[in-house]
Design a protein around this ligand. Structure first.
Ligand code: AMP
Length: 289
């Protein structure tokens, strides 16, 4: 499989996308921060498939940009892992045609930039409360990537469930004309949700990290057996994760779309977790049966 074309300049990328769209080409977009793993690649394979849905070859696009606007002070912006060369090879194998990888944040946020997208309600609670400004940064960069790329469809992972709901809401509220699609979480063989941040974990931490997905799986089983009390389900998850030596950031049960707290864990309720292993913050979530 050949390497995708690499474009550095957002303006050149936009000209290319607009020309393709004007020519009737179907465009599918996968925004990422790079250091790609199988989770990203599943989105890219789906982008390839959806771009070609019209019966003629479409354009499957990926972006690689570590977006400073979604990192808070003291977070891991400076040490976020990067491997552009390896990522390009993976994009090529996943069927991506062109990759946008701006070489400097100023290409996306030039001097004078001052417009921000704030998705008010869905950005509250969960990661929104623990990472102030995070979803404003995410929504703004994705709005810009939509404007630059003019996609018909954009693919996002369920791993970042709140992010997916924020972006769906944004696209609908602002009439962006982009279909925002969520894709299942891709996991390591032991159940740990794949994440670029897993690269931070020591071998010993990596072993303990599985406590998160195990606890979520146990809660799914308990809910399947009829446990409907959110407090009891959350406590069991919390205890199991803490027993493995992780520090809980939150364990919450929420409505899958509004992300408001629920009084009963009805089918479809989302159970979401964030926990620290040393300095590394991991997130995961499941739907309850
Ligand atoms: P990131 O590079 O972390 O910003 O992620 C880019 C996209 O890949 C986002 O839509 C993520 O939700 C998605 N993603 C990350 N990890 C996974 C995973 N394990 N399974 C499915 N999608 C994922």
């Amino acid at each position: 499989m050949s390497l995708p074309e690499l474009i550095r300049d957002p303006a050149a990328w936009q000209r290319r996308c607009i020309a393709s769209r004007d020519a009737g080409t179907r465009i599918a977009l996968v925004p990422t921060m790079g250091y790609l793993h199988e989770g990203h690649l599943s989105l890219m394979h789906e982008a390839r498939r959806r771009a070609d849905e019209g019966g003629r070859p479409g354009l499957a696009l990926a972006t690689i940009f570590v977006n400073p606007a979604q990192f808070g002070p003291g977070e891991d912006l400076a040490r976020y892992p990067r491997d552009l060369e390896g990522d390009l090879a993976k994009c090529g194998r996943a069927g991506i045609d062109i990759v946008l990888a701006p070489d400097d944040p100023s290409a996306i946020y030039p001097e004078g930039f001052q417009t921000w997208v704030d998705v008010e309600q869905v950005s509250k609670g969960l990661c929104g409360d623990r990472r102030p400004g995070h979803f404003r940064g995410v929504a703004t960069v994705v709005a810009k990537l939509f404007g630059l790329s003019r996609p018909h469809v954009a693919l996002f992972g369920d791993k970042d469930w709140q992010q997916f709901q924020v972006l769906r809401r944004m696209a609908a509220d602002l009439d962006m004309g982009v279909e925002v699609v969520g894709m299942p979480i891709i996991r390591e063989p032991d159940g740990l949700a794949m994440s670029s941040r897993n690269a931070y974990l020591s071998a010993e931490e990596r072993q303990r990290a599985v406590a998160i997905s195990r606890a979520l799986g146990d809660a799914q089983r308990r809910a399947g057996q009829g446990e409907r009390d959110p407090g009891r389900l959350a406590s069991a998850v919390r205890e199991a994760i803490e027993a493995a030596g992780l520090r809980i950031d939150y364990v919450d049960l929420a409505h899958p779309e509004t992300l408001r707290a629920v009084e009963r864990a009805v089918p479809g309720t989302r159970l979401l977790v964030a926990a620290f292993l040393g300095r590394t913050r991991l997130i995961d979530n499941v739907a309850l049966p």
